[in-house]
Design a protein around this ligand. Sequence first.
Ligand code: SAM
Length: 267
Amino acid sequence: MDNLREEIRKKYAGAVSSGSCCCGSGECCSTGSDPITSDIYTEEELSKIPEKARAKSFGCGSPTRKAGIKKGERILDLGCGTGLDAFLAALETGPQGKVWGLDMTDEMLEEARANRKAWGLENVSFIKGYLEDIPLPDGTVDVVISNCVINLSPEKEKVFREIYRVLSPGGRMAVADMVFIRAVPEEVKKSLCAWAGCVAGALPEAEYVTMLEEAGFSDISIKRERVIYFQEEELKSLFPDLSPEVARYISGSLASAFVFARKNVGL
Ligand SMILES: C[S@@+](CC[C@H](N)C(=O)[O-])C[C@H]1O[C@@H](n2cnc3c(N)ncnc32)[C@H](O)[C@@H]1O
């Protein structure tokens, strides 16, 4: 697939503008309405965020809940979408801290900035950029969070190198992502809808660990949160470019997971 990143950007621009699905038709990809994005935040988390700022969520977990953010830390949210996790992180780090939300899709950033302005939060800003080329200096971030985004990159080695570069010594990566827990047919990995739907680009757990080790990380853990099952109708609406026989393999082959890794102190 040529220029996959651009194709994924267009899908997310369309999804956030229309409030609908990344592929096909149907009400997927909006908070609480498909097997990946539904029920990922607690009522307590959601109650802290103004309604408009939590209306669009495309994630698969709640990285902030597990990142152990301390007051004053500097946080980077990779692929921030309309800002929900960046806002949760901003509340955790408080006024002495700082959060950057990074995304490549203008339509996402526009909504994130409008949400921030309407709320008046001072310690968060949204920047345009790519996971593979983060526009921040070396060693300037204490915690990298991300919600269901790393799987979307076709260049994950670059992403992990970039995360390592921007983290301060002892800094940590605490992300929600999708992982494969069993093999799927090769057709799935060639489907644009499966890429945009956070399926095709997921790494098998062991490969995820190896890639993080190769980037220099230690203290690595991957904890499965929930195995994702799709109904026949959901498969049809989410992956219209796959035959029903192939799409069926997706159900039960993936899990959402919390991935943690640390940059060594003194490096
Ligand atoms: C599945 S959505 C998740 C959005 C947000 N984290 C959330 O939980 O609602 C993926 C987001 O990552 C962004 N994205 C995907 N690939 C990217 C890349 N290579 N560089 C920067 N942003 C990317 C998309 O624009 C989109 O906003």
